[in-house]
Design a protein around this ligand. Structure first.
Ligand SMILES: Nc1ncnc2c1ncn2[C@@H]1O[C@H](COP(=O)(O)OP(=O)(O)O)[C@@H](O)[C@H]1O
Ligand SMILES: O=C(O)C1=C[C@@H](OP(=O)(O)O)[C@@H](O)[C@H](O)C1
Ligand SMILES: [Mg+2]
Length: 168
């Protein structure tokens, strides 16, 4: 059975896409991001999916993308920050090596800026991020087999810590 060497979960701005690419390079494996898979499936960027078809449709595409990637990808896999909201996705993560990139509000706010490209954060990014973090922290913890703190650390340091965890 094929499985990703590592699945990254965490809030928007935790660095899943950035750290995931670095980690894949360090490990010499390929990188996949379910957000990119969803955009390829829909043939349009995520903000346009939200505008044209709504969040429920995006979440349906996301469930399909997560299931497909977990079944076929062997490298590093980054999920979107909201993937853990679906019970189906949390169940599908059981048995996988899942690293939670944790981030607290100040660093998350700094990193996502005005929320460009993230439709959920288009209005009042700080308050929305606070709500998302409070709502999702328990879900990230539930699916994670390891947690790596990202606040005040560079993507390189974080990728190196995960690589060490995976090869320990
Ligand atoms: N550890 C970090 N320190 C500083 N900036 C970071 C860090 N990780 C990611 N970033 C920056 O934050 C933004 C969001 O990162 P991204 O990888 O897209 O996060 P995610 O995929 O978890 O939403 C990007 O501009 C990225 O360069
Ligand atoms: O938190 C969320 O619900 C979302 C996070 C985004 O991914 P990142 O976590 O990579 O920003 C993307 O999947 C979409 O905009 C929804
Ligand atoms: Mg991302």
């Amino acid at each position: 059975m094929t499985r990703p060497v590592c699945v990254l979960v965490g809030a928007p701005g935790s660095g899943k896409s950035t750290v995931g690419q670095m980690l894949a390079e360090a490990l010499g494996v390929s990188f996949r991001d379910t957000d990119a898979d969803i955009e390829a499936m829909a043939g349009k960027p995520i903000p346009e999916i939200f505008i044209d078809e709504g969040e429920a449709h995006f979440r349906a595409l996301e469930r399909a993308a997560v299931a497909a990637a977990l079944a076929s990808h062997t490298g590093v896999l980054a999920l979107g920050g909201g993937a853990v909201l679906a019970e189906e996705n949390r169940a599908a993560l059981i048995g996988h090596s899942v690293v939670h990139l944790s981030v607290e509000l100040p660093d998350a706010v700094r990193r996502v800026g005005l929320g460009a490209g993230r439709p959920l954060l288009a209005i009042n990014p700080r308050a929305t991020l606070k709500h998302l973090l409070d709502q999702r922290r328990p879900l990230y913890s539930e699916v994670a087999t390891a947690t790596v703190v990202t606040d005040g650390r560079t993507p390189e340091e974080i990728a190196a810590e995960i690589a060490a965890l995976l090869t320990a």
